[in-house]
Design a protein. Structure first.
Lengths: 554, 320
C-alpha cells in the first residue's frame, strides 16, 4: 500500500514537472528540422574526447566498438573515433591534449569547467572551442525543442550562462533524482540497532555514536574519511555545515555576500572538532592518502562504520558489506546532516546541493579545428531527440550479447511499455555475470545522455535504502549558502581568481591537514588566515561577488 | 742510443691548418663505425633535448596553445617575477637542495663504500649473488616502489611497526613533514645502491694489478692497499660523478615525490619539479611553469660550471 502511494506521488510529481516545464522563458524559435542521416559519406572520421563509464571495459577496448555508438553512426551517417582520458585524470591528460594543439574534433567532458582557466567560455575565448549559440539557433532543432518543452525559469538560468552562452550537453534532470541531495553520510544501521543507539541528529550525538562504536564494537577507525577537500564533502557539507561553514572555498555568508569558508571564524570550530576526533582515534591520518573507494571499502569490510557516499553507490555498498563482513544484517542508513545542538535540529542546511536541472558540468563542444562543425553539431543535437536520448540512456532495443560476442546471440536490452515508459530487460537488471551499474554501460553511454530519464532512475534507485538516503540527506537541505555553480567569469576575472585560488588552496590545505592530523596547533590558525589576505583572497572574493551579482540580476 | 725521428709535429701542423669540417670529414672517413655508433646518441640529443629548446620562449610569453608559441602575447619577465616574489620560492629551493644534499651526503658515498667492501670479498660466488640482489631493486618501477612505501609506512605498515618498536609514533609516517626527506632518501638508497656501484666496480677492475703486487712487496696490508692504491685508482671516477651530481643539485625528478607526497607534507616535500608539474600540467599555467623550470636550469648550469672550475683547480680532474 505504502509503495503504491509513493509511486502515485512520484507519478504526480512527474506530471507536475512536465506542466511546470512549459514556462515563459525567453528562447530562440525552434529552427527547421533537419533530415537524417546527417553525413553523406564525404565527412572524414570525427574524433571525440570523452571519458568512459566503469564497466565498458568488460566488452570493449574503446568506445569505437560500443553498440550505442555503432547505432549512432548508422543513424547519423557519420564515423566517430574516440580519445579516452585515463580514469581519475587530474587534468594532466586533458590539458596536455589541448597543449598539443592536435585537438579532437568534438568533446563530451566536464573537464573544461574543472581544469580550463575560465571554463568553457575561457576555451572559446582562447580559440579552442567554437561558440555554439549560432549553431543552436540555426540547427539546434532538438535542443531547442527540449528547451521549449521542459525548461522552467530555473532550468533556463542553469542552461545559459550570464554571458548568454548555452550549456550544450548539460543533461536534463528528471524525477525522482531532481531536487534530491545525492551525496551524504551513511552509518551501519545494524550496529546502531545492536547498541540500541538512536540515529544521531546532532554533531555531539554523532561523536558519542562513533565513540561507542570504537569502544563497544571495537571498530578501529569509526569514521572513514577520504581527503577532506574531496567533492563528496563540500557537495553536502554534512561534516561542517553544523558550524555554519562549507568545508572548502567560496560560500555565501548569512547576508548572502560572497566570502571564503576558511576566513570564517566558525571554520576554526570545525577544525577543532576534527582535531579532537583525530586525537580520539575516531578518524585517522591515513585519510590524507585515501581515495573515496578506500573509504567505502573500510566500511564494507567492517573496519569503519561511517563514510560519505553517493546514492548511486548505496545498493552495491550494502551488498558488498554483507559479503565483506559476513553479516546478512549489514545495512547502511543515510544520516541527516548533523545539527549543532538539539535546538538546531530542523534548521535548514544551506550548504547542501540538491540536484538542479541543467546544473551538471558536462559540455558537448566542437573544436575550432573541426573539419565538419555543422554535421558534428547536428550529431550532438540529435541526442536531445526522443530516439537519441533513448539510445544513449537505454541502449538499442536489441543487440548482440557483448559479453559473449563469439556466440553471436541477440539479447533484448530494453523495450517500451504500452504506456510509453521504457524498461530495461532482466538481461540488464538481473544479469548473473555483471551487476546493473556495469552491464548497462556496455549498451548505454551516460556522458552522451541528454537526460536522466525517470524510468531509468526509478530502476536504479527503487530500493528502500535509496529512498531512505534521499529522505535523510534532502531533509532540511538547500543550497542557499553556496555560490551558484553556474556563475561565469569574464576572461579578466578568471585571470585574477584562478592563480589566487591555486595559491590559497595549496597553502591552506597543508595547514588544515597539519592541524587536524599533525603537530600544528589550532592556535596558529588565525595567522594562517592572515596569510590568505596576503595571498590576495579579497581580490578573488571580489570577482566572484561581481559574477554572482550579475547572475542574480538576470 | 739512436733517436727515432718522427714526423708527428709536421702532421699535427698540417692537421691544424685544415678547417674543422674538413678535419671532421677526414675523421669520419678514418673511423666510420665509431660515427655510426655515435649517430643515434647524437640524434637523440638533437631531437629530444636541443630542438625542443625553442619552446623556452613561452617562459617570456602568456602562452595560449591555440595562439601558438609565436602568436602568444609577450610578457617579458613577468612570470619569473611572479615566482621570485611568490610565496613558495624559498621553500622549493630549500626542499630541492635539502633532498639532493641528503642524497649527496648519504647516497653518493654508500655505493663507493659498497663497491670497495665487495671488492675485498674473496668469494666470487658470494660477491656475484650480493651484486645481483642489490641491482634488482633498480629494475622495479618507481610506481611499484612508491606504492610499497606508502603501504609500509601507513599507521599499520610494516616499517611503521618496526620503528614503533624503537619508540617512533605509530602513525602514517609519510604524513609527518619532518620524516619525509629521510624516508625518501632511504628509499632511493635502497633502490639504487647496487646500480650506482656498478661504475665503481668497473673503475676498480681497471686498476693495474701490479700496483697491488708492488704494495704487497712493500709490506702494505689490505687496509693500506685500499687507502693508497684502490681509492686513488678510482678517484677520477669519483670526482667526475661528484661534479655531475653537484651540477644537478637543483634537479630532482618529480615522479617519485609526486607519488609519495600529500598536502600535509608540502612544507618539506614540495620541490621545484613537483611544483612545475602541478602548475604546468594540472593548472594550465604553462608559461609560469616554464619560467620556473628555466630558472632552475640556469642555477644548475652555474653550479656545474663552478664545481667544474673548482675541481680543475684543486684536483686537476674536471669534465672539460
Amino acid at each position: 500500500m505504502k509503495k503504491t502511494l509513493v509511486s502515485l506521488l512520484l507519478a504526480l510529481m512527474l506530471v507536475m514537472t512536465c506542466f511546470a516545464g512549459v514556462a515563459e522563458v525567453e528562447l530562440p524559435p525552434i529552427p527547421e528540422k533537419y533530415d537524417l542521416p546527417i553525413g553523406d559519406g564525404s565527412i572524414p572520421q570525427l574524433s571525440i574526447y570523452m571519458g568512459t563509464e566503469a564497466g565498458y571495459e568488460k566488452a570493449y577496448l574503446t568506445y569505437d566498438e560500443h553498440v550505442a555508438i555503432k547505432e549512432w553512426e548508422a543513424r547519423t551517417g557519420l564515423d566517430f573515433t574516440f580519445v579516452h582520458p585515463p580514469l581519475n585524470d587530474d587534468g594532466t591528460f586533458f590539458l596536455t591534449t589541448i597543449a598539443s594543439m592536435d585537438l579532437p574534433d568534438m568533446w563530451s567532458t566536464g573537464s573544461f569547467s574543472s581544469y580550463y582557466t575560465g571554463g568553457v567560455e575561457g576555451a572559446i575565448r582562447d580559440g579552442v572551442l567554437l561558440h555554439l549559440n549560432d549553431y543552436i539557433t540555426q540547427y539546434g532543432y532538438y535542443y531547442l525543442t527540449e528547451a521549449h518543452t521542459n525548461w522552467d525559469e530555473q532550468a533556463a538560468n542553469n542552461f545559459k550562462t550570464d554571458s548568454g552562452m548555452y550549456r550544450f550537453g548539460a543533461a536534463s534532470q528528471r524525477v525522482p533524482v531532481l531536487g534530491q541531495q545525492h551525496t551524504g553520510m551513511v552509518v551501519r544501521g545494524d550496529l546502531l540497532d545492536e547498541l540500541d543507539i538512536d540515529v544521531p541528529e546532532t554533531i555531539d550525538e554523532v561523536h558519542d555514536m562513533l565513540v561507542a562504536m570504537k569502544e563497544v564494537e571495537g571498530v578501529k577507525v569509526p569514521l572513514a574519511l577520504e581527503k577532506l577537500n574531496s567533492s563528496y564533502y563540500y557537495n553536502g557539507d554534512f561534516l561542517a555545515a553544523w558550524a555554519g561553514v562549507t568545508t572548502n572555498g567560496f560560500m555565501l555568508d548569512s547576508e548572502g555576500k560572497v566570502t571564503y569558508a576558511q576566513l570564517q571564524p566558525e571554520y576554526k570550530g570545525w577544525l577543532a572538532m576534527m582535531k579532537a576526533w583525530a586525537q580520539e582515534g575516531l578518524i585517522d591520518v591515513d585519510s590524507t592518502t585515501r581515495t573515496h573507494s578506500d573509504a567505502e571499502a573500510m566500511v564494507t569490510s567492517g573496519q569503519s562504520v561511517m563514510c560519505a557516499i553517493g546514492n548511486w553507490e548505496t545498493q552495491e555498498d550494502i551488498a558488498v558489506g554483507k559479503a565483506g563482513t559476513n553479516n546478512e544484517d549489514f545495512v547502511l542508513i543515510g544520516l541527516t546532516a548533523p545539527a549543532k545542538d538539539k535546538d538546531s535540529v530542523g534548521e535548514t542546511n544551506g550548504f547542501a546541493r540538491p540536484i538542479v536541472n541543467g546544473e551538471n558540468g558536462n559540455y558537448w563542444g566542437i573544436s575550432t579545428t573541426n573539419p565538419a562543425p555543422v554535421e558534428s553539431f547536428k550529431a550532438f543535437d540529435y541526442l536531445y531527440s526522443y530516439e537519441g536520448t533513448e539510445l544513449m540512456v537505454f541502449g538499442p532495443e536489441k543487440a548482440i550479447d557483448q559479453l559473449h560476442k563469439d556466440a553471436g546471440q541477440e539479447v533484448v536490452i530494453h523495450w517500451t511499455n504500452p504506456d510509453g515508459t521504457r524498461q530495461f530487460s532482466d538481461y540488464i537488471l538481473k544479469n548473473p555475470e555483471l551487476e546493473y551499474n556495469s552491464i548497462r554501460y556496455i549498451y548505454t553511454i551516460q556522458s552522451l545522455s541528454s537526460e536522466y530519464a525517470s524510468e531509468m532512475e526509478y530502476m536504479q534507485y527503487g530500493e528502500p535504502c535509496n529512498a531512505q538516503c534521499w529522505e535523510a540527506w534532502t531533509k532540511y537541505a538547500d543550497s542557499s549558502r553556496h555560490v551558484p555553480s553556474t556563475i561565469s567569469l569574464t576572461a579578466d576575472e578568471a585571470t585574477v581568481r584562478d592563480p589566487i585560488v591555486t595559491n590559497v588552496q595549496t597553502y591552506i590545505w597543508e595547514k588544515i591537514y597539519n592541524i587536524v592530523f599533525g603537530d600544528d596547533s589550532i592556535d596558529n590558525w588565525d595567522s594562517y588566515v592572515d596569510q590568505l589576505y596576503t595571498l590576495g583572497i579579497e581580490d578573488a572574493i571580489k570577482v566572484v561577488q561581481d559574477a554572482t551579482d550579475r547572475y542574480n540580476a538576470r | 742510443m739512436s733517436q727515432v725521428k718522427t714526423n708527428g709535429p709536421a702532421i699535427r701542423k698540417g692537421y691544424k691548418e685544415k678547417n674543422y669540417f674538413l678535419r671532421l670529414f677526414d675523421n669520419i672517413k678514418a673511423h666510420p663505425w665509431l660515427y655510426i655508433m655515435f649517430f643515434p646518441v647524437f640524434a637523440y640529443y638533437v631531437l629530444f633535448h636541443y630542438w625542443p629548446m625553442y619552446g623556452i620562449i613561452i617562459a617570456f610569453k602568456d602562452f595560449k596553445p591555440m595562439m601558438g608559441i609565436f602568436g602568444s602575447q609577450w610578457v617579458g619577465l613577468d612570470k619569473f617575477k611572479e615566482f621570485i616574489y611568490g610565496p613558495y620560492l624559498w621553500r622549493l629551493v630549500r626542499n630541492t637542495l635539502g633532498i639532493n644534499l641528503g642524497m649527496l651526503i648519504f647516497g653518493f658515498p654508500l655505493p663507493i663504500l659498497f663497491a670497495l667492501v665487495l671488492n675485498e670479498c674473496r668469494s666470487i660466488k658470494f660477491r656475484k649473488v650480493v651484486q645481483t640482489v642489490t641491482y634488482m631493486p633498480h629494475f622495479v618501477s618507481s610506481v611499484v616502489v612508491c606504492a610499497l612505501m606508502i603501504i609500509f609506512t601507513r599507521s599499520t605498515g610494516i616499517i611503521t611497526n618496526i620503528l614503533a618498536y624503537f619508540g617512533m609514533p605509530k602513525t602514517n609516517l609519510l604524513s609527518i613533514p619532518r620524516y619525509f626527506k629521510t624516508l625518501y632518501i632511504c628509499m632511493n638508497i635502497w633502490q639504487e645502491l647496487g646500480w650506482d656501484s656498478i661504475i665503481f666496480f668497473a673503475a676498480l677492475t681497471s686498476i693495474d694489478a701490479s700496483l697491488y703486487e708492488a704494495a704487497t712487496v712493500d709490506g702494505a696490508g689490505r687496509w693500506q692497499q685500499m687507502w693508497h692504491v684502490t681509492l686513488p685508482g678510482i678517484a677520477p671516477t669519483i670526482i667526475i660523478l661528484l661534479i655531475l651530481r653537484i651540477g644537478n643539485l637543483m634537479s630532482l625528478g618529480w615522479d617519485r615525490i609526486h607519488l609519495l607526497y600529500s598536502e600535509m607534507v608540502y612544507e618539506t616535500a614540495d620541490v621545484i619539479s613537483t611544483y612545475v608539474y602541478r602548475m604546468g600540467m594540472t593548472r594550465m599555467q604553462y608559461s609560469y611553469a616554464t619560467a620556473v623550470g628555466l630558472l632552475n636550469s640556469a642555477i644548475n648550469i652555474i653550479l656545474l660550471l663552478s664545481t667544474n672550475a673548482l675541481s680543475r683547480k684543486v684536483t686537476e680532474s674536471s669534465l672539460w
